[in-house]
Design a protein around this ligand. Structure first.
Ligand code: PGA
Length: 226
């Protein structure tokens, strides 16, 4: 099974998101081979929009065996924290959560300890964490099921066409991270329809976290199709 995770970051309003889903579902309907892979969960497709779009997207995508995930969760479980969105709130809205993305660390000063706390909270509220590490030296909990290696220098400035990491470097990082046998290893960093073949050559990579290239439904679909 391969994972295809769309990380929309701070992009798309409600109307744009609905249009994206309509166009994406049409692409899938027009391609029975891809449709079958998604229905059989051989391709796990997870769309991570901004928080307010989770509910409408879940309604639109749920019948198509496509999941939604959030891009972060609060460090707090609940209480007097204006503006925070907690795992408790998200439990019925998001099946997955991206935890510890390097942009959270770069722009919002999130620490490795914060990430671990968020990981525990996500699991407590039945949200599957997609645990991000920016480098092979970064420790992570041993029971992580979805480990995402996303080196910051490979992340695009928004168009999905940055300095993607060569396959050999990704595989070396995986080796250093020592993921356990049943852990899924995801790569993120400028994955797009033109370079995804590089990674698909290896059975060592279980999926992709796609930022810029997921903003266009046709582009994201082409990655899955490959
Ligand atoms: P990108 O983002 O595909 O635009 O490089 C990936 C990520 O944020 O992990």
């Amino acid at each position: 099974m391969k994972y295809f995770i769309a990380n929309w970051k701070a992009n798309k309003n409600l109307g744009e998101a609905q249009q994206w889903v309509t166009d994406f579902l049409k692409k899938i309907d027009d391609n029975p081979a891809v449709k079958q892979k998604i229905e059989k969960q051989e391709a796990a497709v997870i769309i991570c929009p901004p928080f307010p779009l989770l509910s409408p997207l879940k309604d639109m995508l749920g019948h198509h065996t496509i999941s939604v995930g959030c891009q972060d969760i609060s460090l707090y479980e609940g209480g007097t924290y204006t503006g925070e969105v907690t795992a408790y709130i998200l439990e019925s809205l998001a099946q997955y959560a991206i935890i510890g993305h390097s942009e959270r660390k770069k722009y919002f000063h999130e620490t490795d300890d914060n990430v671990k706390t968020k990981y525990v909270l996500a699991k407590k509220y039945n949200i599957k964490p997609i645990y991000c590490v920016a480098a092979p030296e970064i420790p992570y909990p041993s029971d992580v099921q979805l480990l995402c290696y996303e080196p910051p220098e490979a992340i695009s400035s928004g168009d999905g066409r940055g300095n993607y990491e060569p396959l050999e470097a990704v595989l070396l990082a995986k080796k250093k991270l020592h993921p356990s046998g049943d852990m899924k290893f995801i790569y993120g960093g400028s994955v797009n329809e033109d370079n995804v073949d590089v990674y698909l050559k290896s059975n060592e990579i279980d999926g992709f976290l796609v930022g810029g290239a997921s903003l266009d439904p046709a582009h994201f679909f082409n990655i899955i199709k490959k």
